[in-house]
Design a protein around this ligand. Structure first.
Ligand code: HEC
Length: 131
C-alpha cells in the first residue's frame, strides 16, 4: 500500500509540474499577452482598434501619401477606402493570407497578431460600420 501512496504522490507532483509548464508558455502562445478568447468583440470601432491596426501594420504603404509609390494606389487611411476593400473581400483575405489575395502586410511573410485579426473579423461581421 505504501507503493500506491508513493505513486499517487509522484503523479500529483508531475501533473502539478505540467500545469506550471503550461502557464510558462502562455506568453509564447499569445504574444503581447493577448488571448483571442478574452477579447471584447461586441464593441469594435473603426476609429479605435481597426484604425490602430491599420496604422501599425499597413499605412506605411497604404496611406494617401505613400499608396501611389508603395501601396499599389490602395488607400486605407480613411473609411471609404477601407470599406471598399472590406466589401470586395480583399481586406480580410489579404490579412488572413487566404488564396486569391496578396498576403498582407506585404514583404514580411507574417500575419498580423491573431487578436487583431479576430477584432477585424468582428468589425466586418457587424457590417464594418464607420463608428
Ligand atoms: C510594404 C508595403 C505594404 C504593406 C506594409 C502593406 N501592403 Fe497591402 N499592398 C501592397 C502592395 C504593393 C499591394 C499590391 C499587390 C501586391 O503587390 O501584392 C498591396 C495590396 C493590398 C490589397 C489588395 C490585395 C489584392 O489581392 O488585391 C489589400 C486589401 C491590402 N494590400 C491591404 C493591406 C493591409 C490590410 C495591410 C496591413 C495589415 C497591408 N496591406 C500592408 C503593399 C503593402
Amino acid at each position: 500500500m505504501k507503493k500506491t501512496l508513493l505513486i499517487t504522490l509522484l503523479s500529483t507532483l508531475i501533473i502539478w509540474q505540467l500545469g506550471a509548464c503550461y502557464y510558462d508558455v502562455e506568453q509564447e502562445l499569445y504574444p503581447g499577452g493577448c488571448d483571442p478568447a478574452q477579447l471584447d468583440t461586441a464593441n469594435v470601432t473603426f476609429s479605435g482598434q481597426i484604425n490602430t491596426t491599420l496604422k501599425t501594420y499597413c499605412l506605411n504603404c497604404h496611406s494617401t501619401t505613400n499608396a501611389p509609390s508603395l501601396g499599389a494606389g490602395i488607400v486605407l487611411d480613411q473609411y471609404n477606402g477601407v470599406k471598399a476593400y472590406v466589401d470586395n473581400g480583399k481586406l480580410y483575405a489579404s490579412v488572413t493570407h487566404a488564396s486569391g489575395a496578396s498576403p498582407m502586410p506585404k514583404g514580411t511573410g507574417n500575419k498580423i497578431p491573431q487578436c487583431d485579426i479576430v477584432l477585424l473579423k468582428a468589425w466586418i461581421d457587424h457590417g464594418a460600420p464607420n463608428n
